[in-house]
Design a protein around this ligand. Structure first.
Ligand SMILES: C[S@@+](CC[C@H](N)C(=O)[O-])C[C@H]1O[C@@H](n2cnc3c(N)ncnc32)[C@H](O)[C@@H]1O
Length: 259
């Protein structure tokens, strides 16, 4: 098993990634070989899956985002039966494979998702306040406009480790009475205006709130814990698990699970 933080030089505000991070480390930990079956629980742009296929293994690749699955269809056809794409949350991985030699999870959003303003993940480009990887269910706007200030404060504080969680939650509750939040930049600007930017802060004042909303909307921590249990059920004796985490909450879950 291996776990690692995805701290790469392409990160902006701790969020943006353009190349598969830690690919060499993931391949070293997974050791995919011809004839083996590997589950890639976070297909994304297919960077890991492509490298695993090149080593001769078969891949069951999962992503809950219909756009990621649609973009992977050409690769599935080229792979001559060695790639099966599944549009599901990765917590269900044990329903799509009976046993596996390796499981890899590269947690978080893809650059494809972040770069498309219409998906509403970014506080840098204006888009609908959405953030749903699966493009279904409760959106970030639903949470921001309907949850009580106390619940918003807990989400921002716990999932975003935001110092001003209570202040921001109360500001949101007051402002939405006049005009609900529908756009990413509207929320980002309201937070920036309300809490300001500390001179030594090198991240946007809305970074932590956006992270918290994204984790909440996509139940990212619950998904991760369930996927670890599911991986344990399908891994053969001697099987390998590689998890690339992006922040300390995920890292803690993986390390405690492995311990
Ligand atoms: C960081 S990207 C993966 C990038 C990939 N390793 C590559 O090489 O292109 C994360 C992907 O995982 C997907 N994802 C995140 N959480 C998921 C979950 N719980 N179930 C299924 N897919 C998930 C996202 O939709 C996104 O496409």
């Amino acid at each position: 098993m291996m776990t690692g933080h995805g701290d790469d030089p392409h990160a902006v505000g701790g969020l943006v990634r353009h190349i598969p991070v830690l690919l060499a480390e993931v391949l070293e930990a997974l050791e995919p070989k011809a004839g083996e079956t590997i589950v890639d629980g976070t297909f994304g742009a297919g960077g890991y899956t492509t490298a695993i296929l090149e080593r001769g293994a078969s891949v069951v690749a999962i992503d809950r985002d219909p756009d990621a699955i649609a973009a992977g269809k050409a690769l599935e056809q080229q792979a001559g039966g060695r790639l099966k794409l599944v549009q599901e949350p990765f917590s269900t991985l044990d329903r799509h494979v009976e046993s596996a030699d390796g499981v890899v999870l590269d947690i978080g959003v893809s650059s494809m998702q972040l770069d498309q303003a219409g998906r509403g993940f970014s506080f840098r480009a204006d888009g609908p306040l959405d953030m749903r990887m699966a493009q279904a269910g409760l959106s970030a706007a639903d949470v921001v406009n309907t949850f009580k200030a106390g619940d918003l404060a807990r989400i921002f504080g716990f999932l975003g480790e935001e110092r001003h969680a209570g202040r921001i939650a109360r500001m949101i509750e007051a402002r939405r009475e006049r005009r609900p939040f529908e756009r990413t930049l509207d929320l980002a600007d309201a937070i920036a205006t309300h809490v300001g930017r500390a001179p030594k802060d090198n991240i946007h004042p809305a970074t932590r709130v956006f992270q918290a909303l994204r984790i909440f909307v996509n139940d990212e921590l619950g998904e991760l814990a369930s996927a670890l249990f599911a991986a344990e059920r399908v891994l053969k004796p001697g099987g390998r698990l590689a998890v690339v985490t992006f922040h300390s909450l995920e890292d803690r879950i993986v390390k405690r699970f492995i311990a």
